[in-house]
Design a protein around this ligand. Sequence first.
Ligand code: G6P
Length: 371
Amino acid sequence: AAAEKGGHDFFMLKEIAEQPQALADTLLGHFENGRVVLDEQRISDQDLRDVDKVFVVACGTAYHAGLIAKYAIEHWTRLPVEVELASEFRYRDPVLDRSTLVVAISQSGETADTLEAVRHAKEQKARVLAICNTNGAQIPRESDAVLYTHAGPEIGVASTKCFLAQIVATYLVGLALAQARGTKYSDEVAREYLALEQMTDAVAQVLETVEPVRALARDLSSTDTVLFLGRHVGYPVALEGALKLKELAYIHAEGFAAGELKHGPIALIEDGVPVIVVMPSPVGRAVLHSKMVSNIREIQARGATTIVIAEDGDIAAAALADHLIVIPRVPTLLQPLVSTVPLQAFAAAVAQARGYDVDKPRNLAKSVTVE
Ligand code: G6P
């Protein structure tokens, strides 16, 4: 069993370490002759040109990948993108027609709510593209087209490498749409694709620096609440960081959009509450960065212990943070690929310090095939 885990104590830790490979394998074959290619057999450029609205449907961690995708797809394509929990989508009356593209994200391809959302979308004549990690699973079988994430089997119940691979896959969808619709020139598409490819190295770099994060997690492991703050693409990252901590360590954890701080969350701050802050880039998102600096001051004034995930060279964050976690500087839309990794390591280390089975958290299933 130790060999299966590649020398790690848990599959999840092995899967965290496999993330650079998962990204590289997911990208493989999707950029040919200067163009982004999705599923050639089943989705044509004409299909993509006809799209006038995108829905992303998913559950759990895959839903967070969808929330991140919205920022990139809207920015690149100028198409409206709605992201919805599959269990809500199918019981509403969503407005869909044949020019709607529904992107269903599911690691297993068997999640009951996501599958039902796909069926509902098809009944409304929408075009459905599945992003899935499991060859031949039900969701890709029932979809019009499929983009596989090639993360390899994920054993840990809490999704890690599949999450990063899902983000990359949705970005390929965004680039393919932008390319087909002409909202980006081909050299711009090529540049964005290259930046995606370079994330393999950036994630590998982050993995080399997670040991201090694990040590910090052990120090904080007896806390009973952790709050997470993020903005822009850092907001879904905050949600994902909180979900991981709930799932694995059974700690009350909540993620908030930092701009909402004064609308409620700040009331939760008291002496010693750890708050993990995902810092926007001081270069790429200077305005949001300075707002976040103010947020950190506000919560510190009320006693919070701040753990700040900040880009290399972020002097303001380094000066303020009680604990600093440095990530490499990457293009803003790609930051979630690096900022999520320390949060995964943090949640796993807290759970380990508490003596829990990181691979099989209580009450949870790897794939939820009943509603
Ligand atoms: C369960 C797993 C999560 C996963 C979610 C969606 O809750 O514990 O890790 O994100 O299902 O699964 P799917 O297979 O549809 O991505």
